[in-house]
Design a protein around this ligand. Sequence first.
Ligand SMILES: *Cc1c(COP(=O)(O)O)cnc(C)c1O
Length: 374
Amino acid sequence: MESKIWLSSPHMSGREQNYVQNAFETNWIAPLGPHVNGFEEDIQNYLNDNNLVAALSSGTAALHLALILLNVKQGDEVICQSKTFSASANPIVYQGATPVFVDSEAETWNMSPELLEHAIQDRIKKGKKPKAIVAVHLYGMPYKVEEIHSIANAYNIPIIEDSAESLGSSYKNKKCGTFGDIAILSFNGNKIITTSGGGALITKNPEWKNRAVFLATQARENAVEYHHKSIGYNYRLSNVLAGIGRGQMEVLNDRVLARRKVYKSYTQHLEDINEITFLDEPEGFYSNRWLSCILTPSETIREGLRLKLLEHNIESRPLWKPMHQQPVFSAAPCYLNGVSDDLFKKGLCLPSGSNLTENELNRVISAIKAYFRA
Ligand SMILES: *Cc1c(COP(=O)(O)O)cnc(C)c1O
């Protein structure tokens, strides 16, 4: 059997171990310490623009705290992009609120501005104004930032920008993770840079940053005896893992360029295959190409290709199954136009790691060519 080719595997640079070793030498083996603060500063310096960062145990934890900061409570409604990973939606339910799913447009595969506005108007008409909007830059492609934010502003609804897949992407030269009232990042093992598990909450509001850190550290009031006035969470990032993050931040730009190069190779080598189409960057959009995705003519062809790749020990995966199709969310209101259903049927994510070797990339490309030419 040929060696396994993964969709997106961790890519350490070697720099991480210096930071981790330092954590061991200084015995900062705790969910606080100099690397946690250093990692936050690294991300702040990268994003610039007065953004403040709270390093957390996961992107999901960051989304949960974002909803709490925006005062989302039992019985509230929160609009969420339907085409996404379930972690975008689950924290809405942690708060006892109801997700309202909105479908995508075909140019970025992210939330449709028209449908967003329609959903807001319809929810207001039905008696409840949505408390927040979770918009996602899927696979690293920014959503239509200006359109989505101008609608949210017009109705005065805050946006949580789920940037878990899009660190390193930008829209009109402004980095993803800087647009939302609150934004989140993920450093899970499959993301463009990783701490094995980890996440971050981003805000320009210093009170929100402090409140996020406070809630993430069990809401301990400033008193020697453990005094509590709010329900807290254990959501802070470990100093050891933050050390990995510091090493990864040093190579983030390389990782983005490497992923973009993988995407470019696919487009160049597969351009003769008429059955395959790609998601181009619209003018002003810059994607980190976290995952290289293709569209095939049908679900049957997509599934055939996936199984053919598997025969060659190559991992690939259908695009995210929309949340409105998930049994767990079957009762949630949704506003649909067919786009995300169609993408789910026809789309496939290909191996996209920044550590893919040329030989591995050639194996994937050859297997795809063989499938379509056979
Ligand atoms: C990975 C991911 C998350 C969750 O991040 P974790 O760090 O795994 O909790 C949230 N949203 C999207 C779109 C993701 O891809």
